[in-house]
Ligand binder design. Structure first.
Ligand code: GLU
Length: 486
């Protein structure tokens, strides 16, 4: 019988949810769902210097926003609780002791300065820096001498010499590493708190993790973790290291890379839709069968397979994300989009801090006429500029339209027609345009363009009668008479 699929997303609470982390979380979640397995969220916080307050809550909020939920974690508990590493210190301690007792780990008293010196000497000799093994075989007397000097040791893992380490990876096949290239690594710091490479193995084993799915940046950790699994005689999980995510310039992303928004929360703030982000992230390194690109989370849960995760780098194409979000915006409920759009309009003082019913309805109509065009909700502020300008400026193209000889007649007439409109609604406005056509004999572009340009300042834009209705009679009249003077 094959093992139950149990996978985990194990973020360190060092900040907001990164798009790379979100992709790892999603792949784990999808794999668990596609296999009828369990998805666990574990918080790896043993590197305390890097921990950021509130980061755990923020990470989990972002996951929830994406629609990724879990079967076991800190908030809902589970059979392998606790799910926060700092609450598991006593568990690690006994395993650490076991390795020390078996001689598979040892105390190392080298100071930072000594280690630094060692590294510099190795580099000067053209060697790759690697712990020399000075304290590998200290006698109890030597240890005591260091202790007496008050030097606190770290615990290092004794990497076996002259061996190959196998990492079985669904994405990459069998990857072997030589222990020669791996220095004895630290598994517990001076304060006794284990490092990631140790705690992760203990946790993955105890939590019965079947597959470790994460980004390529962790591939170099895999042999160290494999060695720890072997030292305990534990079965290693299957690994799956998904490709790197490159920025739009096809460069490796750095923390300071500004060519791209790197955190899920930033997309949320701009009014991207979570289902679009999920869809987009799924395609970063995974490819579906067939040409279809738009998938709901539920569809992904059925279609996802690790076999179709690629090791070729995935490029984060921001234009594609905008396109994809627009696909979802077009289908979204206008009420939902309105709620997303309002805070952005408020931030720019285009709407009051609280909206009455009438203002809300107006905004909803405004959003609906831009729904086809809008890539994400924050874009509403620039798209709708013409509704909030006191005076509109005409660009060259617009001036050209307004210079047509039929224009004054069309605009004057339309203005008169509007005077008689009682309910300033799209239907009545359409009728006023029609009446203008009849009276002036102008039609098509010669009729519509001057009206559009006069009222909106633009040659392209939203549905004209709807836009006119939303602008309101007095604004439209003022703009019409202003345009005639051009
Ligand atoms: N805590 C690690 C990180 O945030 C997790 C790596 C892993 O999945 O093993 O990158």
């Amino acid at each position: 019988m094959s093992k139950e699929v149990r996978v985990r997303f194990a973020p360190s609470p060092t900040g907001h949810l990164h798009i790379g982390g979100a992709r790892s979380a999603l792949f784990n979640f999808l794999f668990a769902r596609s296999q009828g397995g369990k998805f666990i969220v574990r918080i790896e916080d043993t590197d305390q210097a890097r921990n950021v307050e509130d980061a755990t809550e923020k990470l989990m909020d972002s996951l929830k926003w994406l629609g990724i939920d879990w079967d076991e974690s800190m908030d809902i508990g589970g059979p392998h609780a606790p799910y926060r590493c700092m609450e598991r210190l006593d568990i690690y301690e006994s395993y650490l002791q076991q390795l020390l007792d078996e001689g598979k780990a040892y105390y190392d008293y080298m100071t930072e300065e000594e280690l630094q010196k060692e590294r510099e000497e190795q580099l000067a000799r053209g060697e790759a820096p690697k712990y020399s093994g000075r304290d590998r075989d200290l006698t109890p007397e030597q240890r005591k001498a260091y202790e007496d000097q008050g030097i606190k040791p770290v615990v290092r893992f004794r990497v076996p010499e002259g061996q190959s380490v196998l990492v079985q990876d669904v994405v990459r096949g069998d990857v072997t590493f030589e222990t020669e290239d791996i220095g004895d690594f630290v598994i517990a710091r001076k304060d006794g708190i284990p490092t990631y490479n140790f705690a992760v193995v203990v946790d993955d084993h105890l939590m019965e993790i079947s597959h470790v799915i994460r980004g390529e940046e962790h591939l170099s950790n895999a042999p160290r973790q494999a060695l720890v699994f072997e030292a305990f005689g534990w079965e290693k999980p299957m690994f799956a290291h998904a490709s790197l995510i490159l920025n739009p310039d096809r460069q490796k992303m750095s923390k300071r890379d500004e060519s791209i928004m790197q955190f899920v929360e930033q997309y949320q703030e701009l009014g991207y839709l979570p289902e679009a982000i999920v869809n987009f992230l799924a395609l970063l390194g995974w490819s579906p069968v067939g040409e279809e690109e738009l998938f709901s989370l539920e569809e992904l849960e059925h279609q996802f397979s690790l076999e179709r995760v690629s090791k070729a780098p995935a490029v984060f194409d921001t234009d594609k994300l905008a396109w994809m979000n627009n696909q979802y915006v077009k289908e979204a409920d206008v009420e939902r989009l309105t709620k997303l759009a309002i805070p952005h309009l408020q931030k720019e003082n285009k709407l009051p801090a609280t909206l009455n019913d009438e203002q809300y309805e107006w905004t909803k109509k405004l959003v609906s006429i831009y729904q086809e065009q809008m890539h994400y909700a924050a874009e509403i502020t620039t798209l709708t500029e013409l509704f909030f300008q006191r005076e509109i400026t005409y660009n060259e193209e617009a001036k050209e339209v307004l210079s047509g000889e039929q224009v004054p007649e069309v605009l004057d007439h339309f203005s008169q027609e509007l005077e008689d409109v009682t309910a300033f609604e799209p239907e009545e406005i359409k009728a006023a345009i029609k009446a203008t056509q009849k009276a002036t004999g102008q039609k098509g572009k010669k009729l519509f363009m001057p009206i559009r340009v006069a009222v909106t300042g633009q040659t392209h834009g939203p549905e004209l009668p709807q836009a006119i209705a939303l602008l309101g009679k007095s604004t439209v009249q003022a703009r019409l008479s202003e345009a005639v003077k051009q």
